[in-house]
Design a protein. Sequence first.
Length: 251
Amino acid sequence: MSTNVSLQIADYVVSAVMLFIPLAIGVFFAIKDAKKSNRDEYLLGGRKMSMLPVALSIFATFASAISLMGVPTEVYYNGAMHPTFQLGFGLAHVVGYVTMIPLIYPLHLTSIYEYLHLRFQSELVRNSVLSIAMIQTFFYMAIALLTPALGLQAAAGIPLYVSVLIVGSIGTIYTAIGGIKSVVWTDAFQCCIMFTGLLVMIGKGVLLVGGVDKVWSIAEAGGRTNFNQFSPDPRSRTTWWGTLIGGCFMW
């Protein structure tokens, strides 16, 4: 069976629309909030944004192409233990909700770095943590931009630098002109698209294979249902202890 993949006209149209909508959102909020432009409005949306788009935005922030393309590859080659990291993330959310949110939210700060400055009365602490976070984000964004570019290069022959420049430029433009509101609503839109795409792919995959039972039996035969990894050996690739503890601290 041929495995050649190529993009059709409809694929290019959808891609163009997906790139245009974030720009349109950025322009909309740049015009809408032009008369009330200040730091609080630009960086925090006036602290009046509703819960749903903010929640979708936070989810989309941690569901980049690294997750959409990397996790399935990891599961294919090494089994299904990697997704159990989400349990560690969930535990971290509970701990943060109980301990950090009640402390930080009433202070009406712009960022966690501002809190560190207030807590330790030290610009060195704030700037050190900020520098580390910037370096980490720099490398994360590099991988997040490269991953879909690799997919586009394989499917459509688009050079890596072209994809990276287009996506990176559009993200920079709508963020710069629209502020956090454009970022949140763009993330919410993209999150809905990602969910829809994932559900469609899962549904089509199940139908093509012949049902959920068939999917499970194929995964089991391939050794990808290895959920019983409880080894304390730190050299093991993924175990329950590693994913729970590592996922919690990574978040």
